[in-house]
Design a protein around this ligand. Sequence first.
Ligand SMILES: Cc1cc2nc3c(=O)[nH]c(=O)nc-3n(C[C@H](O)[C@H](O)[C@H](O)COP(=O)(O)O)c2cc1C
Length: 369
Amino acid sequence: MLSRRKFIATAAVSGLGAAGVLALYSANKGRSEYERAVERTWRHGELVSGSAPAALRELVRYATLAPSSHNTQCWKFGVGERSIAILPDFQRRCPVVDPDDHHLYVSLGCAAENLVQAAAAIGFRGDAVFSKGAGEALDVALERAPAVRTPLFDAIPRRQSTRGEFDGKPLSNDELRLLEAAGAGEGVRVHLLTDRAATEAVLDFVVQGNTAQMQDPAFVRELKHWIRFNGGQAARQGDGLFGGASGNPSVPAWLGGLMFDLFVTEKAENDKYARHVRSSAGIAVFVSEHEDKRHWIEAGRAFQRFALQATALDVRTAHLNQPVEVASLRSQFARSIGISSGRPDLVIRFGRGPEMPRSLRRPLDAVLL
Ligand SMILES: Cc1cc2nc3c(=O)[nH]c(=O)nc-3n(C[C@H](O)[C@H](O)[C@H](O)COP(=O)(O)O)c2cc1C
């Protein structure tokens, strides 16, 4: 969004200099609160085998480390004796970017995959079944099994959506094969695009989608609502898009809102996406066979395995979903990459690059029923 250098230069020119310095000072006060929250959130827990309430609570904690659209954490968890129900939290919908709740159900799938991986580590086979109708819960039944600690489980606290530039180097064929295998699901497949012409074609759609979104005041309002402009705000709210995770300086919320209006422009965003695509090793497109919630959840599970497998290989992932979010572009985008049936769910770039500041999560008690 906005580089530190650009922010400082602009603040000086526009007479915000003194206020800007003060703002950065007060925003930095929230840093230690943020850093403590990062340490509390992104860690492995003590693994207790068995179905004691503390062990199942810990499985829910792992589930909450999953990605969710705009970091809404649009889930609730009901812990039973030998099962955990994952329910949609419709209070946390994003009606503009996600009018049919597709991303919401994909996010539930991501949480389910973390839960299943963590359950295996404490000696349970997790079987996730989605029940349609009024309840709309994703029930994960837990059956005793030998404990298996997979590299995907180990990667859970290290995974992040990395919104920075990557190093532009290709991955090996072995690495691509592992990613492809991890990203396949029941009724879901992943297409890996690695040649320049194909990724440039995707970039064209990203730019078209971003342009449409940035020209829609309702989209911009919704996005801004979920931005947390400094570490203190991110730590207190425990959700949303922390500006630092996109490489932006921490500023007080009032100034952040102003800066957002000035600098998060269609052109600046499009230029950033071009740099992001051109520095990536490739782009993965997840496609589900049918347009229903069960398949969206499966797409979330497949994507989460992909992201965890990537993390295990020290490969980073980030979203470029504009071509599938803007409904009028979706089928044209699908055809352009040779997909003749099914719904393209997610567009993910991957490659190697530095870690970015972490996003945060709400406390467990906020999501347990
Ligand atoms: C269904 C879904 C859609 C997402 N769409 C985007 C997106 O369009 N752009 C983006 O930068 N991140 C996107 N994200 C990433 C989330 O913003 C991210 O997961 C969240 O902020 C938490 O950060 P983390 O993944 O680093 O834990 C998406 C995540 C999910 C699960």
